[in-house]
Design a protein around this ligand. Structure first.
Ligand code: CA
Ligand code: CA
Ligand code: CA
Length: 460
């Protein structure tokens, strides 16, 4: 009996010789899946498979006599498939071992209106659908939470498409007037309000800043694949809400200060306390501020301090059509290596026509920021336009990159967070799709491509 199969295989090889594959669907070049006739014992099956031809045999489903066989040479595999694609002798069938792709297009009903993510546009496509085949956000491979700090006008933490992805300070008890986790902030359950010095990050329904912050948060991490509204870049994530986008620089500093303290606590306690913030999102600034001037010293200092802790800061450049290298802008024209400054592109990969900042030296890349659908307070969604909407595409991408990063990258992040943060920034900038409208006026001359960046960091 044993000789029968091998004879057939040899016959197949003799007649088919160097048959080539013509199939467009990818499959492993040396592997086949074989279902043997029932009643054949494993030892018999192994004996049938000549060690001269076969590299590896693995039982897939014992009760079905279903096996995976790896041949030493692709030609042998091809000939084997030709011979045994239909029942013959001891083999019920043999088939290629196709590459299987996750069908992870999310089921959120408004995805069809999210042009920057749904893959329908050829231009402007940041590769979200393909990136989601690698990962959809959540913890990193080491099991750490990946926390995104949104410094803005507040976040609707009970919005139905956001609430599952809001960061929770587990060691704090809400609304009891006590700093339960003794981190210096009373009742800081979801973040901090640096304007009011309170734990209140949820705003008033018609407040513009609150709407803005909730929209930004949704781009980063509206819950995906939950049959509700929109999908964020991360279907799962942890959004820390900081109210600090209006008022004075000191307010911003206080908001960043909360992020710094929480990350330091996380590092010091080896993940037991605080929060593993990896990126901040800042869609605000001082138009035409001179960040290199002495009057703005605190800005680079804060970004460098966060950078040393492995926190990148993604910032929106001006919404005016100005060269920020020349006229200045805070923070997008600040020189810290840990800043990523973003301008606004549309669905045709054009720099937004009604104006947005640029600068060969300081504006790193473009990202979709025109007619972007996302969450707004009161369980609603809405389209908004601006560099403020472009920036969270990049911020969300960075969180996604952490969730798919290789162990080697995470080891580097743990050993030398500052170096790893800069490495991630260069991966992101090297992964852009070059577009004409950003040529000569941005650092990378391209628009965000989250898939390419995710692919690179997953193989780092
Ligand atoms: Ca506290
Ligand atoms: Ca408390
Ligand atoms: Ca959703």
């Amino acid at each position: 009996m044993a000789k029968h199969l091998y004879a057939l295989l040899l016959a197949g090889l003799a007649t088919l010789g160097l048959a080539t594959e013509g199939t467009p669907i990818r499959s492993h070049p040396k592997k086949v899946i074989i279902r043997f006739q029932s009643g054949l014992q494993e030892q018999d099956i192994r004996a049938l498979l000549s060690p001269q031809e076969v590299e590896h045999v693995e039982v897939l489903v014992p009760s079905m006599n279903l096996y995976s066989v790896t041949f030493k040479r692709p030609n042998t595999r091809t000939a084997f498939l030709k011979t045994f694609s239909r029942p013959a002798g001891l083999v019920q069938y043999a088939q290629p071992d196709h590459v299987v792709k996750l069908r992870q297009n999310p089921n959120d009903p408004e995805l069809s209106d999210q042009w920057s993510l749904n893959g329908k546009t050829e231009r402007g496509n940041i590769g979200a659908l393909r990136a989601w085949e690698l990962g959809t956000g959540g913890k990193d491979a080491a099991g750490n939470d990946v926390v995104v700090a949104v410094v803005d006008g507040g976040v609707d933490t009970v919005h139905k498409d956001l609430k599952a992805n809001i960061w929770i300070n587990r060691d704090e008890i809400a609304d009891n007037g006590v700093d339960d986790d003794k981190n210096g902030y009373v009742d800081d359950i979801h973040g901090w309000n640096a304007i009011e010095n309170s734990s209140k990050v949820k705003g008033e329904l018609h407040d513009q800043g609150y709407m803005h912050g909730t929209h930004v948060a949704g781009i980063i991490g509206a819950q995906g694949n939950n049959k509700l509204q929109v999908a964020g870049l991360n279907w799962n994530t942890k959004i820390m809400a900081l109210v600090g986008s209006s008022g004075e620089t000191s307010v911003v500093a206080k908001a960043y200060g909360y992020v710094i303290e929480q990350k330091k606590l996380w590092l010091k306690s080896r993940g037991k306390k605080g929060a593993n913030v990896v990126v901040t999102n800042s869609s605000f600034g001082v138009d035409e501020g001179d960040c290199s001037g002495a009057e703005y010293s605190v800005w680079n200092d804060l970004y460098n301090e966060m950078g040393k802790l492995g926190i990148l800061s993604v910032v929106a450049t001006s919404n005016a059509d100005v060269n920020v290298d020349e006229v200045g802008d805070v923070p997008s024209a600040c020189s810290s290596a840990y800043i990523i400054a973003v301008t606004n592109t549309d669905s045709e990969d054009k720099k937004y026509s009604d104006g947005c900042g640029y600068g060969k030296k300081h504006v790193d890349l473009g990202a979709p920021g025109t007619d972007i659908l996302s969450t707004v307070p009161g369980d609603k969604t809405k389209k908004l336009t601006g560099t403020s909407m472009a920036t969270p595409h990049v911020t969300g991408s960075i969180a996604l990159l952490f969730s798919v990063a290789s162990k080697k990258f995470l080891d580097l992040y743990s050993d030398n967070p500052a170096e790893a943060a800069k490495e991630l920034k260069s991966i992101l900038l090297e992964s852009v799709d070059k577009v004409d409208s950003l040529k000569g006026i941005t650092v990378s001359e391209g628009r965000l491509n989250v898939f390419k960046a995710a692919d690179t960091i997953s193989k780092y």
